[in-house]
Each structure stands twice: as C-alpha cells, then as structure tokens.
Design a protein around this ligand. Structure first.
Ligand code: SF4
Ligand code: SF4
Length: 188
C-alpha cells in the first residue's frame, strides 16, 4: 500500500470513527434517561427499593430482646453496649441502656445472625448523616425496659406474638444461608 493511500485511509477511518462515536452520543439525546435523581425525584424512596436482606442501619425491638448479650459479644469492634440492672424490690431485670454506635458499625451482620429472637436487625435505612458524631450513637432504651422472657409453647400476648413472628421471619430470611437466593430479591 502506497504512502498516500495509507494516509487517505487513515483520514477516512478517523472521520468514520468520529461519526460512530458522535452517533452513540447523539442517540442519548432521544433516549429516556436512566439516571435516578436522588433523593427528590424518585417515584418512591430508595429504602423501599432495597432488597430485604440489605444491611442498613441496625434497629432493635427491645420488646422481644432477652438481654442475652450475644450481639454485644459477637461484635468484632464493640459497637454495641448493653446495660442490664435489677430492681431490688421486684427482682425485675431491665435494660438501663442499649446503644449502637452506627459510626463504628461496619454492617457485617454478625450481631443480627447471633440474635436468637431477631430483635436486632438491619433496616433498609442508610441515611444517617448528622452534624455531631454523638448523634450516630443510637439509644434504644431511653428508659428502663424489662427483658423479654420467651414463653414455653409460644407467645400468647397478641402484640408480642406479632413481634416474635417478625423477628423469626427476619432470622429465617437474613441469617439462614439457604434463603440467600430468593428472599433478597423480594420487596420489603
Ligand atoms: S453489624 Fe457488625 S459491626 Fe455492626 S454492630 Fe453488628 S456485629 Fe458490630
Ligand atoms: S438483641 Fe438479640 S442478641 Fe442482642 S441481647 Fe437482645 S436478644 Fe440477645
């Protein structure tokens, strides 16, 4: 191939590739945009679009928390601090505090897996920004809360029974490896 022919071919190829590139760029002008303008122009909140097994900010339902401390012990970086005290008169044991530092939390899920009742679980919430780091410590026991005692034969209080079911459902879906395939794709 002569030098001039090669030179002309190079120019032709350059022009062609420029038009190919521009054709792709221009085609986006007439396509429906796929960008999601977070957070104000969404059809529904992102939280509602996340899979059930999403590991968001931890929440605790103290009504079904037995105070076993399994979550506190298993946390590798000590995000969870639980205080339990006993009323000397009634002998009732209550939580004095149940705090989770979501600033330290690495969302590993170990605490939720270790919980026997599904009381501590990951929510679909991920927006935790605040001006003061102290605001990232979540306090779940703002007043003394009695420890939950599971009943033999199942919970009889309808309100608690529902919570026990929710906790168990969470454990089945979150902490059971066999459920990893299907449950994750379901809506919350
Ligand atoms: S998710 Fe992991 S790091 Fe966070 S509190 Fe639970 S065990 Fe600790
Ligand atoms: S949240 Fe679960 S693991 Fe933690 S103390 Fe309560 S029952 Fe035990």
């Amino acid at each position: 191939m002569g030098v001039i022919t090669k030179y002309v071919n190079n120019i032709a190829e350059t022009v062609t590739t420029i038009f190919e590139g521009m054709a792709i760029t221009l085609s986006h002008l007439v396509r429906r945009p796929i960008t999601l303008q977070y957070p104000d122009r969404l059809e529904k909140p992102v939280q509602e679009m996340l899979p059930r097994r999403y590991r968001g900010i931890l929440e605790v339902d103290l009504d079904i928390c037995t105070g076993c401390l399994a979550c506190e012990r298993v946390c590798p970086i000590s995000c969870i601090t639980i205080g339990i005290e006993m009323n000397k008169e009634t002998k009732q044991r209550s939580f004095s505090h149940f705090d989770i530092d979501i600033c330290k939390c690495m969302y590993c899920g170990l605490c939720a897996e270790a919980c026997p009742t599904g009381s501590i679980r990951h929510s679909q919430e991920f927006e935790g920004a605040c001006y003061n780091p102290a605001g990232l410590v979540r306090h779940f026991a703002t007043e003394p809360v009695p420890l939950y005692k599971p009943k033999k034969g199942g919970e009889t209080d309808p309100k608690l029974a529902h919570k026990v079911d929710v906790g168990q459902k969470y454990l089945d879906e979150f902490a059971t490896p066999e459920s990893a395939g299907g449950a994750g794709a379901e809506e919350a």
